[in-house]
Ligand binder design. Sequence first.
Ligand code: ZN
Length: 243
Amino acid sequence: MRILIISDIHANLTAFETVLEDAKDQWDYVWCLGDVVGYGPDPNECVELLRSLPHLCLAGNHDWAALGRLDISTFNPDARFAVTWTAESLTPDNIAYLEALPTTFVIEQYTLAHGSPREPVWEYILEPIIAAINFAHFETPYCLVGHTHQPVIYELISEHGETQALPPTYGHQRQLNGHRQIINPGSVGQPRDADSRAAYALLNLDTNTWEHRRIPYDIGAVQDRMRKHDMPERLVTRLEHGW
Ligand code: ZN
């Protein structure tokens, strides 16, 4: 079974469609690690496209925010605008879909969470020390997370919890070697690693291989739609800078 791993689509239909085109005929099933909506101009289109695919999907913090499950007073004004706009735009049917999303999923050798196994909706694993703490919070060899919008592999290298961060090597099939790992595919719709290209990954469950991928998409088309909806300029321009 070949899995298309996507996360943090953030209502960016152009990036999502480009990823699907790039990965065409190379997967059998989709694992989506959350934040389907929030920030971008196409929340309903992205939820509906995802729903049309054979998939499972987790809840992300922005999905919950759009459902009114979070206190967004701590969000910055731009994020708050995006949450409110998204909540008002979503159809009842798509809201019902988002409401039913689980926060974690364990399947074969993989634990899935949006943020981290310790705090599935919230925690950002941005450093090896945070990854190291999280190895105690799941039982499978591997854990897949999103949320930071930065592709990376954290690998546990000693019994004492020593953990190293391995940068992604795009287009290279990495054999998962039995070392426990926390792996992030990066973000489809709002990368934050100074690379504006959409990020995703392919996982082959039969050969146990992982491949990080990057693909350019038509950022200008998304920005045009965002400006049409009077979305904050900071949210519009960040897409071209990848932060
Ligand atoms: Zn996100």
